[in-house]
Design a protein around this ligand. Structure first.
Ligand code: MYA
Ligand code: JJ1
Length: 387
């Protein structure tokens, strides 16, 4: 019983399988001229604002809203704590539009109490290459929850996107909504097991001492693959080609041009870490990358923050995936990350166990707006990472 989602152009639960055996749009085609020109109504004393990320004060307001009110785990022990630099990176890719950084303020005080964002992205789903937005950072202040504000934010961002003649969107969420294209699992690899245990992120396994646990997760100081180094600007053309070729084998994947690869994969300490393997002849054979997303630890007096690395785009070419991912673990550990997180997407299922990842208690569902897929996409055919 989804009062809002039941009215939206998304796949619904219990739709007759076989009603449509082809992928395609759900709504009939529309014109920009028919899009509602005025913003959706908000309750009294709230107003829409376009947030300007280039303004440090406005960026800080988004950062503070998310730091206190964004996504938590099921037991409310950890909350995502995206940094300001990370938010700037995530919200300003090539072609970004400020009007898709959509906030809600209290009129009388000016306080920012809700946010939703979209960024432009070309996403291939099976044989269709879609001009889409990726929707992220939907957040409503805890004191304003359950007042049906989220549907208004979603309708308003839809309107602002439709005004640019874009009719499809991609988004991920931990919660179950109508209707996932794919349902993925988080996996975690301890890098700093002592801290993880002390904050309740993980537990000492049965019949394991702390000493044995530290030994189990110990990693070398330096990556092991000859020729591995930080990605540089001059690598962008080769990395673009390497990544495009690799992503072809997935059923949902981004289509990235050189400018987008430069944006998403240029090394930025504690935002995105990208490395390439350069062969003896100077050609690039592999790519590995991860991004830094700390979580605040709710109510622990010894530590206030957990520094997590999340697997981003990794392309095994000459280097086998387990070896490349092991170097990712080494590099994440040596840059101070406490845990390495990955989803069971790409070819990860084959390698997570041997690299000592354990399954998490969180799921991530992938969704499409106004696009139906004939068949759910298996997790190992998902080639898209959202931040
Ligand atoms: S996922 C991250 C979402 N953020 C959080 O989880 C942060 C912490 N939570 C909150 O801030 C609030 O609980 C939120 C809901 C804001 C999530 N995605 O206002 P309400 C439905 C979509 O009374 P609240 C991310 O950022 C819910 O089923 N819908 O509820 C991607 C119910 O609908 P229905 C959600 O708790 C976002 C309705 O909202 C989500 O105060 C993609 C209740 O509204 C959710 N994560 O606020 C958005 N959670 O009656 C869609 C609850 O049907 C984009 N709901 O059950 C769609 C594409 C748009 C662009 C299209 C362009 C073409
Ligand atoms: O981080 C997550 N879970 C952790 C902590 C669990 C704390 C209690 N609830 C977890 N830890 C076990 C790790 C252990 C390490 C050694 C080996 C065995 C395993 O499972 C989970 C993911 O698993 N995170 C969340 O639930 C956060 C929300 C995820 C949804 C994200 C939605 C994003 C939307 C934006 O697009």
């Amino acid at each position: 019983n989804y009062a809002f989602w039941g009215t939206q152009p998304v796949a619904q639960f219990g739709e007759q399988p076989g009603t449509s055996d082809a992928d395609g749009a759900i709504d009939k085609p529309k014109d920009v001229a028919d899009v509602r020109p005025e913003p959706y109504g908000l309750p009294q004393n709230f107003e829409w604002v376009t947030c300007n990320i280039d303004n440090d004060v406005e960026l800080r307001e988004i950062y503070e809203l998310l730091s206190a009110h964004y996504v938590e785990d099921d037991d409310n022990m950890f909350r995502f704590a995206y940094s300001k630099e990370f938010l700037r990176w995530a919200l300003q890719p090539p072609g970004f539009k400020a009007v898709w950084h959509c906030g809600v303020r209290v009129s009388t005080t000016g306080k920012l109490v809700a946010f939703i964002s979209g960024i432009p992205a070309t996403v291939r789903v099976n044989a269709s290459t879609l001009t889409t937005v990726e929707i992220n950072f939907l957040c409503v202040h805890k004191k304003l929850r359950h007042k049906r504000l989220a549907p208004v934010l979603i309708k308003e961002i839809t309107r602002r996107v439709n005004l640019h003649n874009i009719w499809q969107a991609v988004y991920t969420a931990g919660v179950l909504l109508p209707k996932p294209v794919s349902e993925c699992q988080y996996w975690h690899r301890s890098l700093n097991p002592k801290k993880l245990i002390s904050i309740g992120f993980s537990r000492l396994a049965q019949r394991m001492t702390m000493a044995r646990t530290l030994k189990l997760y110990k990693l070398p100081d330096q990556p092991q693959t000859p020729g591995i180094r930080q990605m540089e600007d001059r690598d962008v053309p080769q990395v673009t080609a390497l990544l495009a070729d690799y992503l072809q084998k997935f059923q949902i994947a981004p289509v990235l041009d050189e400018e987008e690869v430069r944006h998403w994969l240029s090394f930025q300490p504690d935002v995105v870490h990208s490395y390439v393997v350069e062969g003896p002849d100077g050609t690039l054979t592999d790519l590995l990358s991860f991004y830094t997303l700390p979580s605040s630890i709710i109510g622990n007096d010894q530590y206030d923050s957990l520094k997590a690395a999340y697997m981003f785009y990794t392309v095994p070419g000459a280097t086998p995936l387990p070896q490349l991912m092991n170097d990712a673990l080494i590099l994440a550990h040596s840059t101070g990350h406490d845990v390495f997180n990955a989803l069971d997407i790409f070819d990860n299922q084959k390698i997570l166990k041997e690299l000592k990842f354990g399954i998490g208690d969180g799921k991530l569902r992938y969704y499409l707006f106004n696009w139906r897929v004939a068949h759910e996409i298996p997790t190992n055919k998902v080639g898209l990472v959202m931040l």
